[in-house]
Design a protein around this ligand. Structure first.
Ligand code: SF4
Length: 505
């Protein structure tokens, strides 16, 4: 069967969808044909409705599949409605994290014939096989389906055995084009799952869903591809594609399994000198791991801190770790010459101005090589969503309109705090510079005070002029040899001025 995937990733960074790449590989292994309509304006000009209809008419797929996280859902819904109107007989299956969290909401929309909850490799293969044979498709595990009797809600099946999967179908994504657009960065993932239960992340809800459906206490969520498979995949990529400059591992926590980390960092440098980037967790990081990573060729280690307030991390984010543990992890990474990256969020439920200032102070204390900030978004049905709902914070109209996590908040804190978040989102590095030792803090302190004094209408006029001011100032400070953070790559990442090679996600 011909299967068309649609990845509705508009108004976002260039993205690689591991789920679609694996499902495509499994389908191809079983003789099916796949194609991808990758909707991302940074990669391709976005097609008009007429062009989408023509594309589907020309390809004539037997099934259309989409995979979405919550901000991508409105585009998926709009596109599915367009397709159903023009091709009522082509079934559409939607999957991804959003669908797994709210399959009932998704299936209220007539344009979706099936909702794939949980992992899709085996479920979509079974759906395609049954469709092709003209068999009943109403009882496929993981798949909710629309039947004459209503929506059939099927349980999830056990997690897939990663050792039985073929390698991801990189060609589905036209990888060379992505490499060219992404300055040589290539994404990889060597494991699935995370042992933590942060309230704002989908992981705990997925585990709960599997525990409920399978009546099991341990559902085997955390799985790893064996080292040979990871290395083989890297060899394949190096052999097949040009101009790869960095591998970036999207594993939730690459540093968790020390034995694997040691083996990987021993074998990787035998293959290539291309640097790699990983996610760590401060509770699964120490000097030994830092040394292994440095010797293995790691260039950047990224840590999610989310907040500098221990109260917010513990009570709201369910991410218990002390500021001292954070400081120690960054010191360990810096001692061995790793470039560090810190992720934080602002606009959290129950967060005060003092909590936000604690985040700024923590960043100025640990001095990461770079940091990235996002505005909290409550993923439906996560614990953090329920907290936001209970606290009366969610503005549902704003939530429906939001397209990403970097531009605005869909939580309402009252006019004063809303304005502070809006200002902070546009000037975050200036606040960190204000608090940092050895940086020209008085200049930034003057700037942040000027921003804070602006009434809403003046701020609206000014906010889009921040980036050019930051650029000019940064050039002058660089000439004067003053260390500071400035915006780089986008308007939600700041890089320390003494990190000069200009490469980054
Ligand atoms: S550590 Fe990261 S991946 Fe794991 S649950 Fe928390 S946010 Fe999710």
């Amino acid at each position: 069967m011909k299967v068309l995937f649609i990845y509705p990733n508009i108004n976002a960074q260039v993205g690689f969808n591991y789920g679609l790449a694996f499902i495509s590989a499994v389908l191809k292994k079983h003789g099916h044909t796949t194609r991808l309509l990758n909707l991302n304006e940074k990669l391709y000009k976005l097609p008009s409705d007429e062009e989408i209809v023509k594309y589907i008419r020309d390809y004539a797929p037997g099934l259309i599949g989409m995979s979405v996280v919550t901000p991508q859902y409105p585009t998926a819904l709009r596109t599915a409605r367009l397709i159903k109107k023009n091709f009522p007989d082509i079934p559409i299956v939607i999957g991804g994290v959003h669908t797994t969290l709210v399959p009932d909401e998704v299936m209220k929309e007539d344009c979706f014939d099936y909702a794939c909850t949980g992992e899709g490799e085996e479920a979509v293969l079974e759906l395609v096989t049954k469709k092709e044979r003209g068999e009943d498709t109403s009882a496929i595990l993981n798949i909710w389906s629309r039947t004459n009797e209503g929506i059939k809600q099927n349980s999830v099946r056990s997690f897939v055995d990663l050792s039985k999967l073929p390698m991801k179908d990189y060609e589905l994504f036209d990888l060379q084009h992505m490499i060219n657009k992404e300055d040589g960065w290539v994404r990889l993932m060597g494991s699935r799952g995370c042992p933590f239960r942060c309230s704002y992340c989908f992981n705990h809800k997925i585990v709960d869903r599997y525990k409920d459906d399978l009546s099991a206490t341990d559902v085997g969520y955390i799985r790893r591809h064996c080292l040979e498979d990871v290395l083989d995949e890297i060899k394949y990529l190096l052999r097949t594609y040009r101009d790869i400059k960095t591998f970036i591992f999207d594993d939730d926590i690459f540093t968790f399994d020390k034995k694997f980390l040691r083996a990987f960092c021993t074998e990787y440098p035998k293959l290539t000198e291309v640097p790699f980037v990983v996610n760590g967790h401060v509770r699964a990081f120490d000097e030994e791991r830092a040394k292994m990573l440095k010797e293995g060729g790691c260039s950047i280690i990224k840590f999610g801190l989310e907040s500098g307030s221990e109260r917010i991390r513990r009570d709201v984010l369910h991410r218990p770790m002390s500021n001292e543990e954070i400081v120690r992890a960054f010191e360990a990474a810096h001692k061995f010459g790793l470039h560090t990256s810190a992720f934080v969020m602002i606009g959290l439920p129950y967060e005060t101005r003092e909590d936000i200032l604690a985040t700024i102070e923590l960043l100025s204390r640990i001095r990461p090589g770079r940091f990235r900030w996002a505005i909290f978004f409550p993923f439906p049905r996560t614990d953090a969503y329920e907290m936001s709902l209970k606290g009366g914070y969610i503005n549902f109209e704003k939530m429906r309109e939001l397209k990403n996590f970097t531009e605005a908040s869909c939580l309402d804190f009252g006019p004063e705090h809303n304005l502070f978040i809006s200002k902070l989102q546009k000037t975050f590095p200036w606040y960190v510079n204000t608090h940092s030792e050895n940086s020209p803090g008085n200049i930034y302190s003057f700037l942040t005070r000027a921003v804070e004094d602006m009434p809403p209408d003046k701020w609206e006029e000014t906010k889009d002029k921040i980036l050019p001011v930051d650029r000019e100032l940064s050039l002058c400070l660089n000439k004067a040899g003053c260390k500071h953070y400035s915006f780089r790559y986008n308007d939600f990442t700041a890089v320390r001025s003494d990190w000069g090679d200009g490469k980054g996600e």
